[in-house]
Design a protein around this ligand. Structure first.
Ligand code: ADP
Length: 402
């Protein structure tokens, strides 16, 4: 079966077409700057193979419907396309950011499911409306094709109440549904599953700390294969230090900024989400630029790296306490896979807890699952590339096979 994975954002649509027999990627790409003066569609056919071909097209892309139509045209193009007709697509998997408390697993899309996703818009006002647009367009263009929603929050619905409640008036949970939800669930679940597969053990018997470090960063405590705590909270702002997001701050910072810096709610929200994190500390949000700056003697860049890796370490300690026994710590995503310095500094000094990294092996970019700990480390350390599109495609297939 061929599955089309769609990740629809406010002004972009990322897509990937996979042949599930051997999980090969037939095409992947992005429609960007939807609704702007000039949009761009970029599609790579058969990426990573000898037949790889890249096609780009610039034109005005009025809305998501026009964007998706272009994707279909690209995929079915007589000369360069990889399918003859849109009916070759057996199913569509959609990334949906917020499933609230309604969705514990990927779910086939029905009118009731759409209504529940709409209900969760207040919890993810930037993301869910764009995801809904993507689903609507796909349903219009592929009326008969089964469609599945895969939620970033679903994997974390096993977190117990003592870990998901904030100590604020209970009525706010009842009325406004304020609690920890967690995000990046598809990625955490994927690498946890990959680890289980690699070591040949049932996931239900494994305790893991999975560390997703990309533009957004989060850490999850996985007990007996289930998420029992995670660093992102009501929104994707809490916890670790991210590219432009602060992670944990004293919650009173809002009142302080309002009173002393004359900032309104939107300005504070913007400051903590877009002007903070690594960028806030040193002006740079890409770890590659930060290393270049450190090499050139930039003390702020050095501080940013130290603040981020110290926060990582603090949560590793917290989750070791949460889990008791830990089988492995798994690094993934842009920084987690590519940055040996961040991995090393995150776990530095934890040898007394049975965590011992093989620094020679760690000194590489992770292209495939790699064991990074020494043979006598009590807790294994792994780098495992994440693949959210493949994860969504697998989940979609599994829902349809049920
Ligand atoms: P997202 O999916 O959240 O947009 P990614 O998981 O692709 O993000 O991670 C992007 C980040 O990964 C970049 O901002 C950069 O900090 C980091 N990154 C990518 N490549 C490298 C590299 N070679 N070395 C260090 N960091 C890298």
């Amino acid at each position: 079966m061929k599955i089309l994975v769609i990740n629809s954002g406010s002004s972009s649509i990322k897509f990937q077409l996979l042949a599930m027999e051997d999980e090969t990627v037939l095409a992947s790409g992005i429609v960007e700057r939807i609704g702007e003066d000039e949009g761009l569609v970029k599609c790579t056919f058969k990426p990573g193979t000898a037949d790889e071909a890249v096609v780009k097209q610039r034109e005005v892309i009025k809305d998501h419907t026009s964007g998706m139509r272009l994707v279909v045209d690209f995929l079915t193009d007589k000369k360069t396309g990889v399918i003859s007709d849109r009916s070759d697509i057996g199913a569509i998997g959609h990334r949906v950011v917020h499933g609230g408390e309604d969705f514990h697993q990927p779910t086939r899309i029905t009118p009731e499911v759409m209504a529940a996703v709409e209900k969760n818009v207040p919890l993810a006002p930037l993301h869910n409306p764009a995801n809904i647009d993507g689903i609507k367009v796909a349903r219009e263009l592929f009326a008969d094709v089964p469609q599945v929603a895969v939620f970033d929050t679903a994997f974390h619905q096993t977190i117990p109440p003592h870990a998901y409640h904030y100590a604020i008036p209970y009525a706010l949970y009842e009325k406004e549904r304020i609690r920890r939800y967690g995000f990046h669930g598809t990625s955490h679940k994927f690498v946890a599953g990959e680890y289980a597969r690699l070591v040949g053990k049932p996931l239900e018997q494994l305790n893991l700390i999975t560390i997703h470090l990309g533009n957004g960063c989060s850490m999850t405590a996985v007990k007996n294969g289930q998420s029992v705590d995670t660093t992102l909270g009501l929104t994707p702002l809490e916890g670790l230090v991210m590219g432009t997001r602060s992670g944990d701050v004293d919650p009173a910072i809002h009142a302080f900024l309002a009173r002393n810096c004359n900032l309104d709610i939107d300005a504070i929200d913007n400051l903590l989400n877009k002007e903070s994190g690594l960028k806030g500390l040193c002006g740079l949000n890409d770890m590659r630029d930060i290393h270049d700056a450190i090499a050139a003697g930039d003390q702020r860049a050095k501080l940013a790296l130290e603040v981020q890796t110290y926060r990582n370490k603090k949560y590793v300690g917290a989750y070791m306490a949460v889990l008791g026994r830990v089988d492995a710590i798994v690094f993934t995503a842009g920084i987690g896979e590519n940055d040996e310095v961040v991995r090393e500094k995150t776990l530095e000094g934890l040898e007394c807890f049975g965590i011992s990294m093989d620094l020679a092996v760690n000194d590489q970019r992770i292209k495939k699952p790699t064991l990074l700990s020494t043979s006598d480390s009590k807790i294994e350390i792994w780098g495992i590339p994440t693949n959210e599109e493949l994860a969504i495609a697998r989940e979609t297939q599994a829902v349809l096979q049920k």
